[in-house]
Design a protein around this ligand. Structure first.
Ligand code: GLN
Length: 282
């Protein structure tokens, strides 16, 4: 089969499966992965004939996409903050809204050698993005789940050649491993979705690890633990930044106000939903 025929047929299959709203792009990305070529190659070589092996591999990926499997998992990578991160079913797929937490953190008035921790790092997205920008920060990435720890380790090792600052990866349950006043900044994208949220049965999240998505107490249990532990582990004047669900900003604000934090501020994401909160430890 020719490249242009493959893209045409696969786009139609993906479109009719309702697996997403970018069928043609998805088909091109999956073929690009199999051929190890950029998408522009398809436009200069529409007549290229796929080998049986290439066709079989590409058709398998399209089939999985039609079943709803996220494109990032099929490609095994996701762009985040100009970094290409390896991802698999063991980690949450990094989202553009989480880049806003990074952007906010980078603008804080922190010491040159700030001690920073990214909780539940998953693919390592937040920690690596910060490390790529702030060479003198001392950054610790914390992950509890074995499968995710493996992905984070891989991404950190791959990035190490890029002159990133010292970035340590530790297996721990939130801040339980750290002493009082250890950090200038605690940043986290924790699980915050309620078990019964119908959103969990739609789109990419169906294939993402529930440990990265779902939390008790209407999705607030982990945010509460992090807030409480941060009061101990942050230095006075240190910052806390936490991502949360778009309907949780009032509750999260209350949790922080009740836990020794001041200047609690809610921030909106690109869709104009409240998406993360920042606060200062008294
Ligand atoms: N932002 C993700 C979503 O809404 C959830 C991520 C999380 O729970 N931390 O799909």
């Amino acid at each position: 089969m020719r490249i242009d025929q493959f893209i045409y047929h696969s786009s139609q299959l993906i479109e009719s499966s309702k697996a997403g709203d970018s069928a043609r792009l998805d088909a091109e990305l999956l073929l690009a992965q199999v051929l190890n070529k950029s998408r522009s190659y398809f436009y200069s070589h529409p007549e290229y004939l796929l080998s049986d092996k290439q066709l079989e591999m590409a058709q398998r990926l399209v089939e999985l996409r039609c079943q709803g499997r996220p494109i990032a998992y099929l490609q095994g990578q996701k762009e985040f903050w100009s970094l290409s991160l390896a991802v698999n079913e063991g980690v949450l797929i990094p989202r553009p809204e989480t880049e806003m937490l990074v952007e906010f953190a980078l603008r804080l008035d922190l010491p040159a050698n700030a001690s920073v921790v990214d909780l539940g790092t998953g693919s390592g997205a937040i920690a690596l993005a910060l490390a790529s920008e702030k060479k003198s920060w001392q950054i610790t990435a914390v992950e509890y789940i074995d499968a995710a720890l493996k992905v984070a380790k891989h991404n950190i090792e791959t990035a190490a050649g890029k002159d990133f600052s010292a970035l340590h990866l530790i297996q721990a349950n939130w801040l339980s491993a750290f002493a009082r006043h250890s950090f200038d900044l605690v940043i986290a994208n924790p699980p915050y979705i309620d078990y019964h949220d119908p959103h969990l049965k739609q789109g990419d999240v169906r294939f993402e690890p529930s440990t990265a998505l779902v939390s008790n107490e209407q999705g607030l249990a982990d945010i509460k633990s992090i807030a409480l532990q941060s009061t101990h582990c942050l230095r006075p004047g240190g910052y806390l930044i936490i991502e949360h669900g778009c309907d949780q900003s009032q509750q999260v604000k209350e949790i922080l106000n009740n836990n020794d934090f001041i200047e609690v501020q809610c921030h909106r994401d690109l869709s104009d939903n409240f998406r993360f909160v920042s606060a200062i430890k008294k």
